[in-house]
Design a protein around this ligand. Structure first.
Ligand code: HEC
Length: 130
């Protein structure tokens, strides 16, 4: 009896972090589908010279701080993504909280074969203040 209680406790300590990470990942995905996929598409492929791709994007990998600011405030002006020049306006998302932006970032950083690590809420807040 004792042993099974310990086992249960042990198992929940091990699986709890995965359960939490999973919820955030799911929130990131649904926020992406609501706010971003209209332009960048569900597959993250983008659209020819109009919408840059997020899948395999070197810009996303190199400049997470610019992306976080761009999600909040919008993006304007020329940018180069995987060697191609894009120059269209991306609207900002003032209604998204810092947490929601972090969840979206961690979703797009890991979706479609991307492997760009994770960002934290303190990273996000620091970048938004700069
Ligand atoms: C109305 C269309 C539109 C929506 C909606 C939109 N974007 Fe963008 N996004 C763009 C355009 C256009 C650019 C290129 C901006 C430029 O040329 O300066 C861009 C650039 C980017 C980039 C940097 C370039 C790259 O491909 O890596 C990222 C990352 C990005 N968007 C992520 C997002 C995320 C995340 C959301 C949702 C919160 C979002 N976008 C919503 C149109 C959009």
């Amino acid at each position: 009896m004792r042993l099974s209680l310990y086992l249960l406790l042990f198992a929940s300590l091990i699986f709890l972090p995965f359960a939490c990470g999973k919820t955030e990942h799911l929130q990131g995905e649904s926020l992406y589908l609501q706010n971003c996929s209209g332009c960048h598409f569900e597959s993250g492929q983008g659209l020819r010279q109009l919408m840059p791709p997020l899948a395999g994007s070197d810009y996303l990998e190199k400049y997470p701080e610019l992306v976080v600011r761009g999600i909040r405030r919008g993006m304007l002006g020329e940018m180069v993504v995987n060697g191609k020049v894009y120059n269209h306006e991306m609207p900002g998302n003032k209604e998204l909280s810092d947490f929601q932006i972090v969840n979206i970032m961690n979703y797009i950083n890991q979706a479609w074969g991307n492997d760009y690590g994770n960002i934290t809420v303190p990273d996000c807040r620091k970048w938004l203040q700069e």
